[in-house]
Ligand binder design. Structure first.
Ligand SMILES: [Zn+2]
Length: 215
C-alpha cells in the first residue's frame, strides 16, 4: 500500500498540477465516446494502451470481459446497468470488447469445476462463457493447448460481441447507425492489439495503416 500512497502524492504534486485546467473542465461532466469492456486482469490498462486520457473511455471490467446475454440478466447486474448508462445516457458511439492473452478466466473454462468449489460466484459467472468452450471444442478439436488458449480468448470476444447485441437498445442504436461494435485482442507480451475484421473473419493487427480512413 505504501507505494500507492506515495503515488497519490506524486500524482497530485506533478501530473495534476500541470493539468489543472484539464481536470477543472473534467470536473463538470464526462463525455466519453467509447464504452470499453475488458477483463479485470491487473496487466491491462485501457488508457495506457490507447494513450487516452481520463474522460475518454467509459470502462467496464469484469473477470473474462463477459457480457451476460440479455435474457440471462438476473435482478441485479452491474454490466447491464453500465451498458444502459453508456448507450442511453452518455450516447457512446463505439463499444469495444477487448480480450487479452494469458487470460485466467478463459483458462479456467477447461479446469475441473471442483477447483472452483470455494469460489461459487466465480464458478457461476464463468458459466456465462461456457458457450465459448463448446465452440472451441467443436470447431478446433485438433489444436494444441497453447493455440487453444488464444483461440478461446478470441472466440470469447466474438461471443461477447454477440451477447451485447441481444440488448434491445443496443440493437436499436446499431440499426440507427449511431453505434458501432469492435472486437479487440490485446497481447500483453508484445503490446500489440488486434481487431476483429468481420468480413474476413480474422483478428488483424491494428496499425496506422489498417486504420486509415477511420476517424
Ligand atoms: Zn482475463
Amino acid at each position: 500500500m505504501k507505494k500507492l500512497y506515495k503515488g497519490i502524492h506524486k500524482f497530485q504534486g506533478s501530473y495534476f498540477k500541470k493539468e489543472k485546467v484539464f481536470f477543472k473542465r473534467l470536473s463538470k461532466k464526462q463525455t466519453p465516446e467509447v464504452l470499453f469492456i475488458t477483463c479485470s486482469d491487473s496487466r491491462i490498462d485501457p488508457n495506457l494502451v490507447t494513450q487516452s486520457s481520463p474522460g475518454e473511455l467509459f470502462i467496464v471490467r469484469n473477470v473474462g470481459n463477459i457480457i451476460p446475454p440479455y435474457d440471462a440478466i438476473k435482478d441485479k447486474n452491474s454490466v447491464a446497468a453500465a451498458i444502459e448508462f453508456a448507450v442511453l445516457m452518455l450516447k457512446v458511439t463505439d463499444i469495444i470488447v477487448c480480450g487479452h492473452s494469458n487470460c485466467g478466466a478463459m483458462e479456467a473454462l477447461y479446469k475441473d469445476e471442483r477447483e472452483l468449489t470455494n469460489m461459487p460466484h466465480l464458478k457461476d459467472w464463468l458459466k456465462l462463457a461456457a458457450p465459448v468452450k463448446d465452440i472451441v471444442l467443436k470447431y478446433y478439436s485438433m489444436i494444441q493447448s497453447e493455440a487453444r488458449q488464444r483461440i478461446t480468448e478470441e472466440e470469447n470476444v466474438l461471443c461477447q460481441l454477440h451477447n451485447i447485441q441481444t440488448y434491445p437498445f443496443v440493437q436499436e442504436a446499431l440499426n440507427a447507425g449511431v453505434l458501432h461494435l469492435h472486437g479487440w485482442y490485446y497481447n500483453i507480451g508484445t503490446g500489440r492489439i488486434y481487431y476483429y475484421n468481420s468480413s474476413e473473419d480474422v483478428f488483424e493487427l491494428i496499425s496506422e495503416q489498417s486504420m486509415k480512413g477511420d476517424k
